[in-house]
Design a binder for this molecule. Structure first.
Ligand code: DQA
Length: 138
C-alpha cells in the first residue's frame, strides 16, 4: 500500500473559515475524510502545522520511507530556504500544492522558494488539487 503524507502549513488550519472566497467553505478535516474514502488503497496521513521547524521535522521523519509528500507550505512557500533544503535532503518526492492560483494574486506570491526542490507543482484547482497530487503518485 502506498504511503502518502499531506502537509498543510501556516494558517491552513483555518480552511473553511479563512477568506472563503479564495479558499472555499470546506474544512480540511472534512475534505480529508472524503479523500480517505476515495483512496482506500492508499495509506494517507495528514499534518497541519503553523511552525516551520515542525514541518521540517516531519519531512525528515517520513522522507526516506514514504512514497510521496504533498506539501502546501502556505506562506513559507515564498520565504523558506530551510524547507527548500529539507526537501532536497530527503528521497521521497514532494509535490508543491496551492489551493489558489498564486500567479493570479499578489506579486509576492509568484515566487516559490520550494519549487526548484519539488517534483511538480499544482495550483489553482481548489481542494481538488489534493486529489490530483495523490493521482500523481499512483
Ligand atoms: C496558499 C497560497 C499562499 O500564497 C498562501 O500564503 C497560503 C495558501 C494556497 O493554498 O493557495 O497560505 O498556499
Amino acid at each position: 500500500m502506498k504511503k502518502i503524507l499531506i502537509i498543510n502549513g501556516p494558517n491552513l488550519n483555518l480552511l473553511g473559515r479563512r477568506e472563503p472566497e479564495i479558499y472555499g467553505n470546506k474544512s480540511f478535516n472534512e475534505y480529508f475524510l472524503e479523500l480517505e474514502l476515495r483512496y482506500p488503497d492508499v495509506q494517507l496521513e495528514y499534518l497541519q502545522s503553523n511552525h516551520e521547524g515542525h514541518i521540517i521535522d516531519r519531512l525528515h521523519s517520513v522522507g526516506f520511507s514514504y512514497d510521496g509528500i504533498i506539501l502546501n507550505a502556505g506562506a513559507y512557500t515564498h520565504t523558506s530556504l530551510a524547507i527548500h533544503d529539507a526537501i532536497k535532503s530527503i528521497t521521497t518526492p514532494v509535490v508543491e500544492l496551492h489551493i489558489s492560483n498564486v500567479y493570479a494574486r499578489e506579486e509576492f506570491r509568484r515566487h516559490s522558494m520550494i519549487a526548484p526542490a519539488c517534483r511538480g507543482c499544482i495550483c489553482g484547482f481548489g481542494l481538488k488539487g489534493y486529489d490530483l497530487a495523490i493521482e500523481s503518485f499512483l
